[in-house]
Design a protein around this ligand. Structure first.
Ligand code: D5M
Ligand code: FE
Ligand code: ZN
Length: 721
């Protein structure tokens, strides 16, 4: 009623203001009074501060009542970050000290399951990295002078942050920590160029960009012709005049709910750049071998293509609560069913029996498969509360049993595992436990005729004042042929795919106080800015783009895609394929599992010894549980879809995630596991919780082997953003 009345009068109200005002409407105040008040404040949007002020002025509320701010990341004491929750009290201390110790990524005092992980981050392989590193250091001086030159460019972009030149210390210190971990056939490349040459490049780049801005292709907004995007956006726009000559545009979502308000674009008003002037063309004469290699890709799993069946309830008038319970019940049934199928592929599992049928079993070994709702360590062993579609039982696993304690620490709440053993009175005595896991060996795939590469990116965070814009532009130039060696030339020439795994923009209102760290405080402009940058990726490179928790997308997992109203500019990119989070892409017969990776946060919370700074290890834990976010009700919100699309149903050749902003990779049972890092320097929030990101490093994957071919670093253009 209040909403409609206001809209009729060309006023808008935010949901929080609505909840404040609605109970008093027509009882304690009239529409005319509210409108008069808003007019006196010169606004036609009634938000909660305005509503509060209004209610206070009317004497309806007193000053003490304040709105609770909802936020995605509740503010926490730093030492709560890795608290391991109720089910693993024993490990709380270890996990905490792991996170809050001074950062030392190479010296993991790993406990538990490290032995199964063959990590290239150890031993002799480090030497390759080291020699590359010394090259980087040699070029360091040059890089600084490049930077100076770049700052003088007329087209350099203002982020609202003062330009900064870095000294030696931070740079080399960080490098020490990170360059290890590149084995034979991989290289770590810094983009430093020999002095004289790079100056020339710099100059020509300057020239090009100033010429190019006048080119029609560089215009940020293509003419909207109304065709092609039939999602109701255009039909549901309305314009209102509010008396001050300002014409707001209101965008309506489902059920006629106003979801966005777009102010008229006033040219020249913005104090920030959306990178319209960043126009980079392939270097003349640069030969892209990838253009001649036929495309061979397919998105083999995308949440958008899953047909969900609506939950069955007795009749259409059933209560909403009942529908939600039904939905979660189908969700967990689906998880159990999928996990059972995976676990049964293990020949050692034996006869699987429903929990409800255990009472018929006499003196024989059987297997139960169930969801772990609780786990606890006792003096002699481990107790689990296990549930399947037919019932629930306590399971005891003696400490003396093979692999018991390792499995115990790997099991996250709500994951599904199998126990083999014998039922006793009201309890199941297990002799063995099986995680779903992935098979030890993988069949080799047929070789490819030609080398072709894929670049993995994530967490670009465009719009953040910590977004490494200069490094990203350098990377774009590099992709356009601005290379420093034969090796780099070969790499760039064969890049055919680019995968972007979420957190493309920084978003707005994602965490408390984020506003102060935004260079672009408007979500529409953030996507515009992102698209303006990505438009410079050569067109023969297909970009697969999926959402993360900072994007304009559903917060709960899975995330089917972006809200098109906001992310329209990236939908319009010619060479972009929008994917869901998670998604599976097949590249030349190799399966790439792509997820943003919020599940990593829960692994760090629940599995002892895990850290944000070694995300690939946490990803292996998820792989072992064959689920991207097994735990319900901890950090990661999960949508009550009738089907669990977060199960890792098929074993990938490569598993990519991002989210934690640290580049790390390893190989586990033939699966290449990699966290693709970030393009955002350390934020104030991350400083507080001691998260040290590794920005601006580009991992390049050899598609044939689904392994790392090289990491190219643009970090020197990012340090101390
Ligand atoms: O996540 C960037 C990093 O910050 C990732 O390691 C998660 C971490 N992060 C962010 N907020 C929190 C809270 N509240 N608790 C624990 N860890 C957090 P991004 O998604 O880019 O913000
Ligand atoms: Fe992120
Ligand atoms: Zn994230």
């Amino acid at each position: 009623m209040l909403v409609e009345d206001l809209i009729k009068n060309n006023y808008l109200i935010t949901p929080s203001a609505y909840y404040l005002l609605e109970p008093h409407y027509r009882k304690d105040f009239t529409l005319a009074e509210l409108i008069k008040f808003a007019k006196s404040r010169g606004t036609f949007v009634i938000d909660s501060p305005l509503a509060e002020e209004f209610l206070m002025e009317k004497g309806i509320i007193s000053g003490g009542e304040v709105l609770n701010q909802q936020s995605l990341y509740p503010t926490q004491e730093p030492n709560e970050i890795s608290s391991s929750g109720e089910i693993s009290e024993d490990s709380g201390e270890t996990a905490q000290s792991q996170v809050f110790n001074t950062y030392s990524p190479e010296f993991s005092d790993e406990t538990g399951s490290k032995s199964q992980v063959s990590s290239p981050e150890t031993g002799s392989s480090v030497s390759t990295g080291n020699s590359a590193k010394s090259e980087i250091l040699v070029n360091h001086q040059v890089e600084i002078s490049n930077e100076t030159a770049a700052l003088l460019q007329p087209s350099s972009i203002s982020t609202g942050m003062p330009p900064k030149l870095e000294g030696d210390n931070g740079f080399s210190g960080d490098k020490e920590n990170f360059t290890g971990g590149f084995s034979e056939g991989e290289s770590f490349i810094s983009t430093g160029t020999p002095e004289s040459e790079s100056r020339e490049n710099e100059a020509s780049a300057m020239l090009e960009s100033s010429v190019d801005t006048s080119h029609p292709e560089s215009l940020p907004l293509e003419a909207e012709n109304g065709s092609g995007y039939g999602n109701g956006y255009l039909d549901s726009e309305e314009y209102y005049e509010n008396g001050n000559g300002v014409k707001p545009k209101i965008v309506y979502g489902d059920y006629g709910v106003p979801i966005a308000y777009v102010g008229e674009d006033v040219e020249g008003e913005k104090s920030y750049s959306t990178y319209e002037d960043v126009v980079i063309r392939p270097k003349e004469g640069f030969h892209y071998r990838a253009k001649e290699i036929p495309d061979e890709w397919e998105v083999t799993f995308d949440v958008k293509n899953v047909k969900f069946e609506a939950p069955k309830v007795k009749n259409a008038a059933s209560k909403e609560g009942e529908i939600i319970i039904q939905a979660y019940s189908s969700y967990f049934k689906s998880r159990l069913k999928k996990m059972r199928r995976i676990l049964r592929e293990n020949p050692e599992i034996g006869t699987v029996i429903d929990i409800a049928k255990l009472s018929y079993v006499r003196d024989e070994e059987v297997t139960i498969i169930g969801l772990i709702s609780e786990k606890r360590e006792t003096a002699r062993g481990f107790m689990f509360e296990v549930e399947d579609a037919t019932g629930r039982i306590k399971v005891f696993l003696g400490k003396d049993k093979n692999g018991a304690s390792k499995a115990y620490s790997s099991i996250m709440p709500d994951s599904v595992v199998a126990f083999r053993g014998q039922p006793g009175r009201g309890i199941f005595f297990a002799n063995r436990v099986f995680l779903p896991d992935v098979p030890k060996f993988r069949r080799e795939k047929p070789p490819l005729k030609e080398k072709v590469y894929a670049i993995l990116l994530s967490d670009i965070h465009v719009g953040s004042n910590k977004f490494c814009e200069k490094a990203f532009e350098k990377f774009l130039e590099w992709l356009n042929g601005e290379v420093n060696s034969r090796t780099e030339e070969e790499l760039v020439s064969r890049v055919k795919y680019m995968i972007l795994g979420g957190d493309l923009v920084d978003g707005v209102g994602i965490y408390p106080g984020q506003y102060n760290e935004l260079a672009i405080p408007d979500i529409f402009d953030q996507y515009e800015a992102l698209a303006n940058l990505l438009r410079n990726v050569p067109e023969h490179i297909t970009m697969f783009i999926g959402p993360g928790n900072h994007d304009a997308a559903r917060t709960a997992l899975p995330q089917p895609g972006f809200y098109e109203e906001y992310a329209r500019p990236i939908y319009k990119l010619k060479n972009a394929v929008i994917i869901s989070n998670p998604a599976v892409i097949n590249l030349h017969g190799r399966e790439f599992l792509i997820a943003h990776g919020r599940g990593i946060e829960d692994v760090v919370d629940f599995i002892p010894g895990r850290s944000h700074h070694r995300p690939a290890e946490a990803m292996v834990d998820l792989l072992k549980l064959r689920h991207l976010a097994p735990t319900f009700g901890n950090k990661v919100p999960i949508a009550p879809d009738p089907e669990d699309t977060l199960v890792i149903e098929s074993v990938p050749d490569l598993f990519q995630a991002g989210h934690v902003h640290v580049l790390q990779h390893l190989t586990y049972n033939g699966v290449f596991v990699i966290n693709s890092g970030t393009w955002q320097a350390q934020t104030e929030f991350q400083k507080m919780v001691n998260i040290v990101p590794t920005p601006a490093r580009v991992p390049i994957i050899d598609v044939e082997t689904a392994r790392l071919r090289a990491v190219v670093s643009f970090e020197q253009f990012c340090e101390g953003v």
